[in-house]
Structures are given as C-alpha cells and as structure tokens.
Design a binder for this molecule. Structure first.
Ligand SMILES: Nc1ncnc2c1ncn2[C@@H]1O[C@H](COP(=O)(O)OP(=O)(O)OP(=O)(O)O)[C@@H](O)[C@H]1O
Length: 524
C-alpha cells in the first residue's frame, strides 16, 4: 500500500494516529516503522518512534572501511524474534528509499518470516508514505527509477529489478490531498506550482518581497525572530562556515572567549601528531567523517543537532535538535599548542572533553538524572572510523612526513569526538520532513543538475510566506525546475491506482473505528 501526499498533507500525523490506534488496541508489536537512513528521514523516524532501515539491517554508513553488515541466515533466532509479531511495516519518506535498500529489506524480512520466496516481505503488509517530489536517496536509485539494460553490476541490478517488481505490486493507494501545514492560501498555490515547475512571474515577484535586503521588510538577521531562525543551505561546507561564524558572533556578544572542541584522530592506532595531516583531516566536511565534526565551536545556549542515534527510543537520534548548555572537561585537556586560521587567535581548543550537557526539549526521558535538570542529557564522546583519500587531499610532502606509503590511496582514520554540530544553519536534506517556525533559505541553486526537491522542500517547511526570508536575490529559472519523467510517470501510476482503490476495497468490507479525526479501516 502507498500513502502519497505533498509536503504538509499530514503523512507523519497519520503515521502517529495509526501508531496510537495499534497501541490502544494492544497490538503495538504488530506494527514496525522504518525510515531510510538519511539525516532528514532519521529525524522523521525519531518523531515516529521508528528506526532507520540501515540501522535495522545492521549496516554502518557508506564510507567506513568495512561495510559492517549483519549477516542473516535462515534460523537466526534473534532475527526471527525481532519480526515474530510484525504484520504491518510502515516505511516513511519513501522518496529517499533506494531500490537496493528495499531489496535487502525484503530479503531480510522473508528470512525472518521463513516464507516461500515468492511472497513479498514474507507476507508482512508494507505501507509506503512519502512524496516522490521530495529528496531522492543519496548514492542510490530511487524507487521510481526505471532500470536500463546498460546498467552494470549484476548483483545490484538484480536487486534493483527485484525492488521494482515489489513496487509494481502496490495495489492500494490512498492519496492525502488536504493541506494541513500551509495556512496561507496564496502561498499554498505558489508551492503547488513550484512542485510542478510552473511558477508564474507573479510567484517570483511575491517571493522576491521576502529577500532580506528588501528595505520594506525591515527584517534584521540580528534581531528576533530572525536571529533564531535556521538558515537552510545546500552544501555542508557552507553550513559549517555559517555555523562557525554564528557561534563566534554569539560568543563575542556574550563577552566570552571562543571555545572549540577538536576531534582526536588516530592512524594505525596512534594519535596523529603531524600538524599538517591533522589539520587536513580535521577540516574534512563531516559528511566524509561519519558525521563526527573535526571542530565543534561552542557557546552556551546555542542550538545543536545530534549527528548520531544515541537513544532512538528516547527521541535522541541523528537530526534531533537541542540546546547546548555546558562542556565538561579537565583543564589539562586544553590543547594550548593548537592554532587554526578558521578561528580567532585567542580561541581555547579542548582536545578531550568528557561530555557535553545538552537540553533536548522533545526527549522522552521523564525522570531527572541525578543533579541534572529534566531533559538535560550528558552527550559523551563517540568513536567512528572513516576512510581518508590521501591522493586527492594530501600534498606528497605531507604524506611523506606522516609516513604514509607512497602507493596508498586511502587510509583508515579512527575519530573520537562529540556527535554534535551547531544548528544555526542546516542543510536542506536535514529539514525534510519537518515543520519549522521561521526559516531563512537560499534559492540560488548549486552548480550541476538540480532536482525539484531543492526548490520545493525548503519553502514548504513553513506555514506562511511571512515565516520565510530569502538570503539573496535569485533567478526566475530556479522556480522552473521540472520533475523528471520517471517521477511524473510514477506519480501518474499512483494516481491511477488511487482512483481504483475505493472500488476494489469498498467501505462495506471494513469496520470503522474513528480515532483522532481519522477513520481507520481494518479488514474484518
Ligand atoms: N489531521 C490533522 N489535524 C491537525 N493538524 C494536522 C493534521 N495533520 C497534520 N497536521 C499538522 O500539519 C503539519 C504538517 O503535517 P505533517 O508533518 O504530518 O505533514 P507531512 O505530510 O508529513 O509533511 P512533509 O511531507 O513535509 O513531511 C503539522 O504541523 C501537523 O501537526
């Protein structure tokens, strides 16, 4: 089954209602919720008490040295127990699910359920939620992709074809069409045209009235509410630069000396002491370091994002927002030798903090930890291993000084750091699936091919045009990005199935408990 709907039509809300219904009818164990492993989806997963598909499959993130995939064999009791009671599987943010990921999930559920290999997902009912015009998976083919015979890598291709077969078996589609987020009708019309690449010049003019430099707006990024609004950007590097700058400004405003936590990086078991190699690795974008940042500038009261699943069941997942309160460290761990051009000369660098105290307003931990306020959680150092591309990023003399073999192309680095990044700015990927109060966006598209999600996802996060500021002037062409043929074809296919769904599943077949404004249909 599939429940498609534009941004803000209440897909997450419906998942919450279904969850509640299963709980109230004491069948919570029959429902499992998964979301693809990407930051935005993980945030959605946390909100729906779900897990990421990758973490469920026991896979680590892509660029670590060895892909640590849990192996599943028939008769694996742990696996069978995990799925024993599950009859319904909700997959959220389907636009970000890749074909191979779905095929792997199918294999595992079938193994767990011990069923005839022809039965998809071992007989578990799968319900996909999402919007195919929002972000597609990173490094993978989306579910609406059509495979061509020229595609190589036999195993992957078989996986992809298998997943396409599964998707083609969807026979029940219920489209959510009523907008629940956007309250501003004119703005809603604009968003709908933006989705279909049919924006008008009037839409463009209307959006231009929200450009920061427009004198009529009298909006200052230094004052409330805009100084608290996250700036959504396309690139990790720009996000990091804005965050560093914002933390520094805040520290100056508060009359504090800037403090930066520096990650500890190890090569072949030893702390890297060559300063040039160390700095090159510290400066890598966190997308290349298993999301553990090299530098974490901090100031009390700053917004932060968790970059790891610390305790998903408590709502502490990759993407969860919090407020940084305090860094706990020993004075001896201050790295006096360290200097970096990215930060002012009087910056205090801390190499081995013990932990950070972070308040997570939506955390589900109700009891107070000893001597800590409710919702104030100690976040400790985390450890990750990632590959560093020596050839691409290191000058030969630096590699030689660090005693790296000439022929080596990639080296494995172990990093210890706090799994936190400042959240004054965040990437658009991370905003997907969220309703945000006020935001500042950029509509100057990055170079290269642009998907419709890049223009549609950011402005569709808010309720009204007034909740949005645009950081700089942009071209009309940005509003005319079109969806791909594959996206359009899949949307049409879903639409057709949606038309016939009520005929094939007439209401008389169901009993109708009404809950939370939704009628939940259940086969009697
Ligand atoms: N039935 C409802 N009654 C009242 N408010 C609702 C309802 N459904 C959704 N909302 C509100 O509308 C907003 C958007 O809902 P939700 O996040 O579920 O949409 P979505 O379809 O998942 O959006 P996106 O695709 O952008 O993630 C939320 O603020 C939510 O609380």
């Amino acid at each position: 089954m599939c429940v498609p709907g534009c941004g803000g039509t209440g897909k997450s809300q419906l998942i919450r209602a279904i969850t509640k219904y299963f709980q109230l009818t004491k069948r919570g164990k029959m429902l499992r919720k998964l979301a693809p492993t990407s930051i935005a989806a993980a945030a959605a997963a946390a909100e729906i008490d779900g897990l990421t598909i990758h973490s469920f499959l026991g896979e680590s993130r892509k660029n670590s040295k060895k892909k640590q995939t849990r192996t599943f064999r028939p008769g694996d009791t742990k696996l069978e127990n995990e799925w024993r009671h599950v009859k319904y599987l909700i997959i959220d943010e389907m636009s970000m699910v890749g074909l191979s990921l779905l095929a792997r999930l199918n294999r595992i559920v079938k193994t767990a359920k011990h069923t005839n290999s022809d039965i998809p997902f071992g007989g578990v009912n799968v319900i996909f939620f999402g919007d195919y015009l929002q972000y597609s998976p990173v490094l993978e083919r989306p579910l609406y992709h059509s495979c061509t015979s020229s595609e190589q890598i036999a195993e992957r291709q078989m996986d992809m074809q298998c997943a396409q077969k599964l998707i083609s078996q969807m026979n029940c589609v219920v489209e959510l069409s009523q907008q629940m987020r956007t309250e501003d009708f004119r703005y809603l019309e604009l968003l709908n045209r933006l989705r279909s690449g049919q924006s008008t010049i009037e839409d463009y003019q209307l959006l231009c009235t929200r450009i920061v430099e427009n004198p009529k707006l009298q909006a200052s990024l230094r004052q409330k509410p805009w100084n608290e609004a996250p700036i959504l950007v396309f690139r990790n590097t720009l996000r990091t630069q804005i965050n560093n700058r914002a933390v520094l400004n805040k520290a100056m405003e508060m009359g504090l000396r800037l403090m930066v936590c520096v990650a500890q990086d190890y090569f072949q078991g030893k702390l890297i002491d060559d300063l040039r190699l160390r700095k090159t690795i510290l400066e890598l974008p966190d997308s290349k370091t298993e999301h553990l940042p090299g530098y974490l500038p901090r100031v009390p009261g700053m917004p932060v994002l968790l970059t790891e699943n610390v305790a998903t069941e408590l709502g502490l997942s990759n993407g969860t927002r919090g407020i940084f309160h305090q860094l706990v460290y020993e004075e001896s761990s201050a790295d006096i030798q360290f200097q970096d051009n990215n930060f002012p000369t009087n910056t205090k660098f801390i190499a081995q903090p013990k932990y950070a105290l972070v308040e997570f307003p939506n955390c589900k931990l109700d009891s107070e930890l000893v001597e800590l306020q409710t919702k104030s959680i100690p976040i400790s150092i985390s450890e990750q291993t990632f590959l560093f591309d020596v050839k691409e990023l290191l000058a030969e003399n630096v590699a030689k000084a660090a005693k790296i073999n000439k022929k080596t192309t990639k080296i494995s680095i172990k990093r210890k750091a706090l799994p936190l990044i400042p959240a004054y700015s965040m990437t658009i990927h991370k905003s997907q699936g969220q309703t945000l109060g006020k935001i500042i966006i950029d509509l100057v598209m990055p170079p290269g091919s642009v998907e419709v999600a890049s223009v549609y996802v950011p402005p569709s996060r808010v309720k009204r045009l007034d909740d949005l500021l645009i950081i700089r002037p942009f071209e009309f062409a940005a509003l005319q990005v079109k969806s791909s043929t594959a996206q359009r074809e899949e949307l049409i296919r879903l639409y057709r199935i949606a038309k016939t769904t009520p005929k094939r599943f007439p209401i008389s077949m169901y009993n109708k408990p009404i809950f939370n404004n939704y009628t939940i249909f259940e086969l009697t």
